[in-house]
Design a binder for this molecule. Structure first.
Ligand SMILES: [Zn+2]
Length: 460
């Protein structure tokens, strides 16, 4: 029986990754992501899956971003009971983020029911914290480079993708010996903490992301940007507030600041990580030694951990978080959420945004409609926790910390192939980015490229 692949998410859009492989009559779902962003996309999360969850034979996860794992508890709620294969790093992150995601779904539903703001009556969570724990029970660790059997005589193995902790390409071998390389998200070279993306040489079929398929990241060194912002803040004895993304960016920022301290280029001032999730992820990062790149291995072996308690103070409880309000600068407060749409960063900003000595340092994209976007675009006042707060702080953005390869980096990775894949599928990108990348792949490499639509299926 033939093999096929069907695309049920991240098809001509960035989120909702769900790729269904059919292998000799058995079905394997690669990633089970949440659609995020505008309402018309989020509503897709409420539709029936295009396949029967109870009928799936296996699930494989490439990495733990919400747009790749965020629907797993719903899949389980609707009947899936088979194994979910993932790297130990991805499993660690799933344990941290999925219950939290279920809790937020429940809180949102309660909020809408209290305020009558739901279009559904009563509002229900997409899944609960309990569903998330049921999903976690199905996780099965597969280390990088280790072969794991799949139903239907297929096997697969993971290789490091350099994107976030635990991220992997899944190289799936059919019973006939041919293979499809499921690219997940492609990371970048020469980034701190985790290993570079693995160069792959052969695949009959390839699925690759295209988030930045039409863009090239700015050629700025994040360490130098951080040095500039912090130096200026220290001169004013100010406080730097970093709205943080718990996975990846928080740890990278700590790594760069630690380097600057070690090189004697910055006065050592306290750094507070005031986010339970970022703290858990940082601890997990320390524990996942198989993921560490050479620099971090060396730092750790010489007792110079960028996450050591003498530099970084992990704020656990709310009381300690509130006490920071009375502390003077200079210091750094890293707190969630990254787009200022909730979390403890709100009360820090409420207390310090009207102080010209404060610096707000954004570390990533600020979506439309978020408070982060308002501040970034120069709003004179913002409403935080029921108060109008004047924005007198300096506002800075670090745009060099992206975890996704840009179009040159994607091409660099593709050039590592010794033979062109028979077909290369572009997923996980907006249509313009996908078109631009398809043109580059066709003209520079001469490969055959397809840009599947939602629901499209291809024989392999
Ligand atoms: Zn990702």
């Amino acid at each position: 029986m033939p093999q096929s692949i069907a695309f049920h998410g991240a098809a001509r859009t960035v989120t909702g990754s769900k790729h269904l492989l059919t292998l000799d009559g058995h079905t394997v779902l690669v990633d089970c992501g949440l659609f995020q962003g505008p309402r018309e996309l989020r509503e897709l999360n409420w539709m029936d899956f295009a396949f029967d969850p109870a009928g799936l034979d296996a699930v494989v996860l490439t990495h733990a971003h919400t747009d790749h794992i965020g629907m797993l508890p719903r899949l389980v709620k609707l009947g899936y009971r088979g194994p979910v294969y993932a790297t130990p790093g991805t499993i660690g992150l799933c344990r941290i983020s999925l219950p939290d995601s279920g809790r937020i779904q429940e809180e949102d539903a309660r909020y809408h029911n209290r305020h009558g703001t739901s279009r559904h009556n009563p509002a229900e969570p997409l899944y609960t914290e309990g569903d998330a724990y049921e999903a976690i029970k199905l996780l099965r660790p597969v280390h990088y480079h280790q072969f794991q059997e799949l139903p239907g005589g297929a096997t697969f193995r993971f290789a490091p993708a350099g994107h976030i902790l635990g991220s992997a390409f899944a190289e799936v071998y059919f019973a006939n010996g041919e293979r499809i390389l499921m690219g997940g998200d492609l990371g970048r070279w020469d980034r701190p903490i985790i290993k570079d993306p693995t160069m792959m040489e052969y695949a009959e079929y390839l699925v690759v992301e295209s988030t930045y398929g039409d863009r090239v990241h700015p050629d700025t060194d994040p360490k130098e940007e951080i040095a500039r912002v912090l130096k200026r803040a220290w001169e004013e004895r100010g406080v730097v507030i970093v709205p943080s993304f718990a996975i990846g960016r928080t740890q990278e920022l700590l790594w760069y600041v630690h380097e600057l301290y070690e090189e004697g280029r910055l006065e050592r001032v306290p750094i507070y990580v005031d986010s339970p999730m970022a703290n858990s992820v940082t601890l997990l990062t320390v524990q996942q030694t198989e993921e560490h790149d050479q620099d971090l291995k060396l730092d750790m072996s010489e007792g110079r951990s960028p996450f050591a308690q003498d530099i970084v103070r992990f704020v656990r409880d709310r009381q300690m978080s509130k006490e920071l309000n009375d502390a003077g600068g200079p210091m750094v407060i890293i707190a969630g959420s990254g787009m200022v749409s909730g979390g403890r960063v709100l009360h820090h900003l409420r207390h310090r945004l009207d102080d010209p000595a404060t610096t707000v340092l954004f570390t990533g994209y600020q979506a439309e409609g978020t408070m982060g976007r308002e501040i970034l675009e120069g709003a004179p006042t913002v409403r935080i926790l029921g108060h109008d707060v004047e924005v007198r702080a300096s506002v800075e953005q670090l745009d060099s910390l992206s975890a996704h390869a840009d179009s040159n980096e994607i091409l660099r990775w593709l050039r590592g192939f010794k033979e062109p894949p028979r077909k290369t599928f572009l997923v996980h990108g907006e249509p313009e980015a996908q078109e631009a990348l398809a043109v580059r792949i066709q003209s520079e490499l001469g490969w055959e490229v397809a840009i599947p639509r939602q629901g499209d299926s291809y024989d392999l």
